[in-house]
Structures are given as C-alpha cells and as structure tokens.
Design a protein around this ligand. Structure first.
Ligand code: NAD
Length: 256
C-alpha cells in the first residue's frame, strides 16, 4: 500500500517508534530511522521487507541536527512522505523540584522537534499534494497526571500543533493527526515501573499491576503493533479526510 513512499520515524531505534517503522515497512514504505539506540539490528530487520532503510542519529533536542537530518532525508530518498514525530522522553517530579534543564529537554524533544521536522517536511509534501504527519502524543495530551508537568504540557502542546498543522493543510492531500497511547510496555515505561517497584517495595509484576490499575481500566498495555496498525490506517486512502484528530488508544483511560 505504501510502496514508493518514504517514512521518517523519529526515535525509532526502540519501543513504539520501532513498532511504527515495522508496520510502515511491512506496507512497502522506505524507512529513515532515528534515535540513540542500536540502529543496525532494526535496519537489517526492516530491509528484509524489501524496502530501503537508512539511519540518521540527529539529536531531536537540537534544531541544527534536525535540519541536517531533513536534508539527508531529501538527498537520500527525494522527500519525506510520511513523518512520524515519535521521539520522546519523560521526567517525573513535582513542579517545585523539577530541574529546569529537564523541563527544557522534555519540551525540546517531545514538542519543539515536531515543529522543526514539520516545517521542513511540509513544502515537499504540499508540492506532491500528498503527505501524512503523525504526532505520537499521549493520553497525557488529553488529561493530566501529577509529577509530569513538562510531559503533560508538551503533549497537550503537540495535540495543539497537530490541529494547526491539519487546518493549515486542510484543502490539500496532506493530513496531520495525533495518536494518544495509554500505557505501552517500552523502555520509557519500564523505568517508571522500576521506580514504582523500588518506592513501594514491589516485584516487577506487582508494580505493573499497580501501574495499570491506577489509570487504565482495561488493565492491559497497548502494543507497538496495535499502534502501528492505527498509523497504517491513517496513511491509507481511508484516512484521506481524517484531519486534526487526537486518537487515544488507552484502554479507556480518558473515558473516566
Ligand atoms: P522509548 O524510550 O522506548 O523510545 C524513545 C525513542 O526516542 C528511542 O529510540 C530513543 O533513542 C529516542 N530518543 C530519545 N531522546 C532522543 C533525542 N534527543 N533525539 C533523538 N531520539 C531520541 O520510548 P517509547 O515508550 O517508545 O516512546 C515513544 C513515544 O511514545 C514518546 O513520544 C512517548 O512520549 C510516547 N508515549 C509512550 C507511551 C508508553 O506508555 N510507552 C505512552 C504514551 C506516549
């Protein structure tokens, strides 16, 4: 379905980003990987789908490196047809204890990077009259939790950016939508499970149960595969007129 298209997935060396890259490659999209983890294993795996795969290690907190990555994407693949803004970090702390440099880092990576990639990808998408921008926000783009001020602010901001991007391109073939996952068991969340286990004197399984039962009524993690299937839908022709949506896949979290 996506043969001949190129997808850039930021933060795709692990977790959700890698799941999204797998789903898009399985539909025939060439992939530009990005992130700080191992790129060789994922590159070889994705290339086995018969697509072209490249990697750029831009730090998404640095606009100059983002510009270099977008130039590399254009020179390697011609243009980015599908932009998935997925790179993200978390910091958990009350506001009065929140280190200002962590606030700046969370905002830069989780929000500002999507502005920079989008502003650089949009001209070629508009010229082709086809493009998909998918912003991986969070249920924390819709509701808040304590001790996540920077993350909640960034993800609410990303949902806002999604709506503006969708509106500015509404008469074109370029769509922009956000996906808002609840809990997904990735390295980012395992750190929070470990912290909970240590703070409450729990084993890993007990800490997982405690985490899920606090917010997620289904008591289940969503998976990178499920999120990948939603991204593929948004890239399909059935998604042509889905614009500015913040689609939660959260086990009922935001329905409460
Ligand atoms: P993860 O830690 O497994 O993956 C994050 C990816 O981002 C990694 O590839 C990492 O190398 C990359 N990254 C981090 N800092 C970077 C930087 N400065 N520059 C470039 N790449 C960088 O986390 P994940 O859980 O897969 O998270 C992916 C996205 O999904 C994030 O935006 C996160 O906020 C969002 N999300 C995750 C969950 C969850 O439960 N896991 C829920 C909702 C939203």
């Amino acid at each position: 379905m996506l043969k001949g298209k190129t997808a850039l997935v930021t933060g795709s060396t692990s977790g959700i980003g890698l799941g999204l890259a797998r789903a898009l490659a399985a539909q025939g999209a060439n992939i530009l990987l990005n992130g700080f983890g191992d790129s060789q294993g994922p590159s070889a795996e994705l290339a086995s789908c018969g697509v072209r795969v490249a990697y750029h290690g831009a730090d998404m907190s640095r606009p100059a490196e983002i510009e270099a990555m977008m130039a590399y994407a254009a020179s390697t693949f011609g243009r980015v047809d599908i932009l998935v803004n997925n790179a993200g970090i978390q910091h958990v702390s009350r506001i009065e204890d929140f280190p200002p440099e962590r606030w700046d880092a969370v905002l830069a990576i989780n929000l500002s990077s999507a502005f920079h990639t989008s502003r650089l990808a949009l001209p070629a998408m508009r010229a082709a009259n086809w493009g998909r921008i998918i912003n991986i926000a969070s249920v924390h783009g819709l509701v808040a939790s304590v001790e996540k001020s920077a993350y909640v602010a960034a993800k609410h901001g990303l949902v806002g950016l999604t709506k503006v991007t969708a509106l500015e391109n509404a008469t074109t073939g370029v769509t922009c939508n956000a996906i808002c996952p609840g809990w997904v068991l990735t390295p980012l969340v395992q750190k929070q499970i470990d912290a909970r286990a240590a703070a409450m004197g729990l084993g890993n399984e007990q800490a997982i149960n405690s985490l899920l039962s606090e917010k997620e009524p289904s008591l289940q993690f969503s998976t990178p595969e499920e999120l990948g299937a939603l991204a593929v839908f948004l890239c399909s022709s059935a998604g042509n007129n889905v614009r500015g949506v913040a689609w939660n896949m959260d086990g009922g979290w935001a329905a409460q």
